[in-house]
Design a protein around this ligand. Sequence first.
Ligand SMILES: [Zn+2]
Length: 333
Amino acid sequence: MRTEVCITVDTEFSIAGAFTFPERYVPLGEEVVRCVVEGREEGLGFILKNLTHYNQKATFFVEALQTSYFGDVPMGRLVNRIAKAGHDVQLHLHPCWLQFANRDWKEARTRPNDSCTGRSDRELDEMIGTGCYAFGRWSVPRPIALRAGGFEIDRAVYRAMTRAGIKVGSNIGMGIYQPQELALRLSSGRHWIEGVLELPVLSYLSPTVKLGKLEWRALTITGTSWPETKLLLMRARQCGISQVVLVTHAFEFIKSRDYRFEALRRNRLNQSRFCRLLDFLRHHEDEFVAVTFREASEKWLNSAPAPDFSLRVPLGSAFRRIAENVTSDHLPI
Ligand SMILES: [Zn+2]
């Protein structure tokens, strides 16, 4: 059986300092997803172009609560392009956007809570409902999968998903956020949680610069070098991990001077990592296959759960990645 690789792209707009400096800044929309550099889209356009070129499919987890600030149109345009290119669109939620439902948001002196954890059932039902309505207005199928913003998750979110009929989650990313409940600290596999089938983003253990210490890292384009990604794919296959979930964002493919997305440049290192992954998948079709959540969910839901298995990268490759990332961060282009 081939190892399934789920390329997931969290597609979201940016608060971009508007809560910290409400008089000076407003949130940024399409530009932080399109990421135009010298007239060319190095974010979403780059991703879609290369998925087509290498004939691979991805799942875009699209943030829907930003509609309370932007309305339906800006994200609707992007969703339309993603769906037209044949990719999967699923639901992503960052609750901080609900702050804009309050007309006096500029007066609020407290930073809004962007976590899905610790929410009441009613709040969660409203958030998921708001997201699903937005999908309807964007004319894309109702979501069957959810990813909570920042991977901040607790059991109440899974119960709300079950109530809403959203049967699949990809809410856990140990390298990014470790859930309070130990049973939710999962790094791979397929797990039933409160009636939802959870497929965590693959997290792996890596040595750190502090010798003898290990840290959890999520499988992302920015955070994982290509040799490490390849090694993790091979090890996942050897260990019988049936799905490898990777997460990226359009903004990972550009560099910007600050959070206002000014003076954008291409991120050549991350662009090359993404293309090498797609090229690898194309040339190893007998061992790996890229699948989307929508196309594979029925099969996953009807299969037995798969255990959590922790992968680890060796010291040498972790240090090479640290050096590679530091060099890239300091390159002028
Ligand atoms: Zn997000």
